[in-house]
Write a protein that binds this ligand. Structure first.
Ligand code: MRU
Length: 369
């Protein structure tokens, strides 16, 4: 997508042909900084501290991280230890495991001398594939959005979509998942307005989704995380669309903390609640999302402190809790499939259920391994 008129992806190979450029998302929305990753450890740090984040982008960064590792030392030992280091960076988004397994499987079969070139080619392939997948997610979602928009009484001025966290192009390599649907609806002439949950504690909605929508010229309002229920009760939300970091075989979806509460409110108010996801986000071995998906817990300081721009234009962090108060920081929650109206995937739209998923991914038939 474009930043000040220039097209960008969220990750790309540096002109030198080996190091990897990312947009440092910890600096948005107040500064647009491109950071160059020159080692596997730099890629791991970027994932861990969330310079890059969002399930698909975490996977793509890990893939390039493994390419950087192969450049450093293409031995079997380093293939194994670098994969483990990268895998340990964040536990919830399954795209990380998926990308590393795909790379490792292909690289392990090659002599060390052929691994570097192959690793870079595979990482580039994962990125290109992600862009195509996300475009297709939005294309399929557009049909549902158009139908819902056409059902609104004549004279309505806007179609209101609520989203949580950032499931935009910054969370993927390009387009996004939930926001791909929103971009394509807007570009098709549907007068979309987006309710953007701020998404405490790291404020991915307020900082990143708002920044993306502003750049694309899409009307939006940032709301506090607890506003969604009120808006739905008063008929001010036509549809919710979120992303997911891991989708279980039974259609349960794990996404940023607070998604479950939005799904409950949507269910109570008959608001359609859709989740947009690329195939690599499905964990076919995970039979039950609520009981099985590992939920990341992050530092308490993300809850006790907030960062932002002060009136002098300087970035600063302030403490919002009393000295000595402890805090607990679960980063994700799981929305049970029964609360999800449908799933937007690159292969089409399906029910949030094993049957629904298998109708689009029949190659996954058979018992989970
Ligand atoms: O902690 P984050 O910012 O990595 O969480 C990201 C999300 O929860 C997104 O909604 C999810 O990755 C799906 S976006 C394609």
């Amino acid at each position: 997508m474009k930043v000040n008129g220039t097209p960008y992806r969220s990750i790309w190979l540096h002109d030198n042909g080996w190091s990897v450029n990312i947009i440092d998302q910890t600096r948005l929305p107040h500064a647009f900084i491109i950071k160059t990753l020159k080692s596997m450890h730099a890629a791991a740090e970027a994932i861990r501290v969330m310079r890059v984040r969002g399930a698909p982008l975490i996977g793509a960064t890990a893939a390039y991280g493994l390419a950087l590792a192969m450049r450093e030392d293409a031995s079997d030992g380093n293939l194994s230890s670098a994969s483990e280091t990268l895998l340990a960076t964040r536990p919830t988004a399954v795209n990380l495991r998926w990308a590393l397994a795909r790379m490792r499987q292909a690289l392990a079969q090659l002599p060390a001398s052929e691994r570097v070139g192959k690793a870079y080619a595979l990482a580039a392939g994962i990125c290109d594939e992600d862009v195509a997948i996300n475009y297709d997610i939005g294309r399929h979602a557009l049909g549902v959005i158009r139908t819902l928009w056409q059902k609104k009484p004549a004279g309505c001025e806007a179609f209101h979509i609520l989203t949580h966290c950032n499931a935009g192009w910054l969370a993927t390599v390009d387009w996004g998942t939930a926001l791909s649907a929103i971009y394509q609806a807007w570009d098709a002439g549907i007068p979309v307005h987006v309710w953007v949950d701020e998404t405490r504690p790291r404020n991915q909605g307020a900082a990143l989704t708002a920044w993306e929508l502003l750049a694309h010229g899409i009307p939006h309002d940032v709301i506090v995380d607890n506003a969604g229920g009120h808006l739905m009760q008063h008929g001010l939300v036509d549809m919710c669309i979120t992303g997911t970091d891991r989708t279980a075989r039974n259609g349960d979806v794990c996404n940023k903390i607070g998604t479950y509460l939005k799904a409950l409110a949507a269910h109570d108010n008959d608001v359609p609640f859709y989740v947009a996801l690329p195939g690599p986000t499905i964990d076919w071995q995970m039979l039950d999302g609520v009981s099985g998906i590992p939920i990341e817990q992050r530092a308490a300081s993300e809850v006790t402190h907030v960062g932002g721009k002060n009136s002098a234009g300087e970035i600063e962090t302030v403490q919002i809790t009393p000295d000595g108060t402890s805090a607990c920081n679960y980063a994700f929650d799981v929305t049970p499939a029964r609360l999800v109206t449908g799933l937007f995937t690159e292969r089409g739209v399906c029910d949030a259920s094993e049957t629904g998923l298998l109708s689009l991914y029949p190659e996954q038939q058979g018992p989970a391994e």
